[in-house]
Ligand binder design. Sequence first.
Ligand SMILES: NC(=O)c1ccc[n+]([C@@H]2O[C@H](COP(=O)([O-])OP(=O)(O)OC[C@H]3O[C@@H](n4cnc5c(N)ncnc54)[C@H](OP(=O)(O)O)[C@@H]3O)[C@@H](O)[C@H]2O)c1
Length: 267
Amino acid sequence: MRINVKAYSELGTSAAIIPSMKMLGKIALVTGAAHRVGRAIALALAKEGADVVVHYGSSASAAQDVAREIESLGRRTLLHQADMGSWAAAESLGDAALAWQGRVDLLVNSAATFNTAGLLEATEADFDMAFDVNIKGVYALSRVIGRAMLGYAGVSNIINIVDEGAFFPWKGYVPHGVSKAALLALTRAQALNLGPKVRVNAICPGPILKPPDYSEERWQALRKTNPLHELGSAEQVAETVVFLATGPQFINGDCIMLDGGRMWQHQ
Ligand SMILES: NC(=O)c1ccc[n+]([C@@H]2O[C@H](COP(=O)([O-])OP(=O)(O)OC[C@H]3O[C@@H](n4cnc5c(N)ncnc54)[C@H](OP(=O)(O)O)[C@@H]3O)[C@@H](O)[C@H]2O)c1
């Protein structure tokens, strides 16, 4: 927690301890915010002072729990269900988020599918699911929000949660990895088109939270695949979101690898 000693002492208070909130007064929209990484991002933004639109797909009850946690932090929240595989539903989510308080300052695209399908096994349905949710919905939602952001006085942010699979394909997750590579390309195209009013960046996580189809043994073995011998955490993804939204303003169209250096460990 950061301590803003100067500002508090200027108020004439002797106990110079007060947290500074980096997102105070901002409105954020986080997709896939009911569970896991999206949930951690939504809560971290609320802790930093943001009001948060909590998007969910099928996890209504878990999303309500997240909303309650956000309200217990003294922040406002809007719950919105949308199938991110639908262009129209993604656009409606954007419209609803903008109508709520008249603006959205930060959009975090975290919702995604993670379907297991290799190159030769993948069906048309696998391919469509990966591309509909991981690209089409993101494209449609980001356009609605991005267009609104172009009219704001300050600089806004869009952050796409990509995947290291965008750089290093896994044999068993081909539609997923290729859709995430497309999301990285979309990030750059968004940065190019929405500047100077919107900064658009990506985070490429390595192993953060165990996928449902991994055994605990297979998951823990991933520690040895990076030079730190660690696994990441949802909270570290959330910290990186806050950094990108509030840190150096010259970072744009970029991708932060959050993988413990795994990308350099070839042997
Ligand atoms: N976990 C990791 O280690 C890891 C590693 C690399 C990259 N990432 C990326 O980080 C992000 C979050 O990861 P995660 O593990 O927390 O993801 P996750 O649990 O697999 O999925 C996050 C959410 O996406 C939502 N979602 C999926 N399909 C949807 C649809 N058609 N419509 C609306 N929402 C949909 C689901 O919401 P509902 O539950 O409400 O349906 C789900 O809770 C993803 O973009 C992922 O690719 C994660």
